[in-house]
Design a protein around this ligand. Structure first.
Ligand code: SF4
Length: 364
């Protein structure tokens, strides 16, 4: 399994600020550090300028993730983008929470250079939102999604999450059906995961039911395929040409460069990541120090496994010699065609198990 070269740099920018922490979230984000926003943006610009001075290739894609990037002022997004060299036609994605979306903010994000807005809807059922510990209003989310759909971005996406304890097949079908009325070019539908150390983990009564989650996933595939959205990664569906180029490059093993606290980077066999808290990150950068926390070098087996884990989740799958037999235990879970192997619907529900089985055959 090799990694694929991409032209230009795939840049990830971490924004570690949220208004309220959701019960299932384990990301590096804080709700009480908004006073650091100005210094944080200055540090981001500084860290980026150092990389640009060290001959970093102009960005072919930028992804503002978090956290909640839409909590930063649009001028801050613009100034961070201004410190990066962008390739012609670069994809610039920003994640936004519905509470930050209005006509004025949408116009300013577009002016700042955002080409792809990804809105965190999660669910349109108030009971499900409450069970997720997600403090947002379903009606406001829907209104925000309609505003995003009409705002004139090159493309846009909505994030949904299924499988909260309060979710039923009916509530999920209603959320999906309502979002589909907006003709979204792209949807990310994640199955709720119980992350260590979260309030959700501590509350057993709210843990998802695995069997129902599998049924919800199968229903998602049927409904979205019927609406012209094809899966291109286990949790992502799009119309043709609306794939997230940044994430696709990441899943296919491409190099990427992360900026900001807790941001990870990959270059060939080298991996490194920045200091986790915004305070320590700002302090390091403002003192002219590298904010890297640690680095590691993967051996060929580790690189093969990492590349396999990303690529097997994509519709393109992995290269597979047509003459090579598929391991017997996988015959019901994968499709072999045109020199490649990809997951079928059953395999998508068991992607980790398939990866484990294939790693023995490919990365040993
Ligand atoms: S808005 Fe997103 S990043 Fe912030 S706490 Fe909720 S899930 Fe986590």
């Amino acid at each position: 399994m090799g990694h694929q070269a991409v032209e230009g740099t795939a840049v990830y920018i971490h924004v570690p600020f949220c208004s309220i922490r959701c019960d299932y979230c384990a990301f590096a984000t804080w709700t009480d550090r908004d006073s650091l926003m100005g210094a944080y943006v200055a540090a981001l610009r500084e860290e980026i300028a150092t990389a640009v001075d060290s001959a970093m290739e102009p960005a072919s894609s930028v992804f503002f993730g978090g956290g909640t990037p839409s909590r930063l002022a649009p001028e801050a997004i613009q100034s961070v983008l201004g410190s990066l060299g962008l390739r012609e036609g670069a994809e610039v994605t920003m994640e936004a929470n519905p509470e930050d979306v209005n006509q004025a903010s949408l116009a300013r994000w577009r002016e700042a250079g955002v080409t792809r807005l990804s809105i965190g809807v999660q669910s349109l059922d108030p009971t499900v939102l409450a069970s997720l510990g997600r403090h947002q209003d379903a009606a406001q989310s829907l209104e925000a999604a309609w505003a995003v759909a009409g705002a004139g971005f090159d493309t846009w996406s909505a994030d949904l999450v299924f499988g909260a304890r309060a979710e039923t097949m009916q509530s999920w079908e209603t959320t999906l059906g309502t979002i589909l009325e907006l003709d979204p070019p792209h949807l990310s539908c994640y199955s709720l995961m119980v992350e260590p150390g979260t309030p959700l983990q501590a509350d057993l009564a709210r843990h998802p039911d695995n069997d129902l989650q599998a049924e919800l996933y199968e229903a998602t595939e049927e409904i979205l395929a019927g609406s012209g959205l094809s899966w291109y990664e286990v949790s992502n569906w799009a119309i043709p040409d609306a794939h997230c180029r940044h994430n696709l490059s990441f899943w296919k093993g491409g190099d990427y460069r992360g900026f900001g606290c807790a941001a990870h980077s990959r270059a060939g066999e080298r991996r490194w990541w920045n200091l986790r808290t915004p305070e320590r990150y700002i302090e390091a950068v403002s003192q002219g120090r590298d904010p890297m926390a640690a680095e590691e070098f993967l051996d060929p087996t580790q690189r093969c496994l990492e590349a396999l884990m990303g690529a097997i989740r994509t519709r393109e799958g992995i290269p597979w010699d047509p003459g090579r037999p598929v391991p017997a235990r996988l015959s019901e879970l994968v499709v072999q065609e045109a020199g490649r192997l990809h997951l079928n619907l059953g395999g998508r529900l068991l992607a980790n198990e398939v990866t484990e089985e294939l790693s023995g055959a490919l990365c040993g």
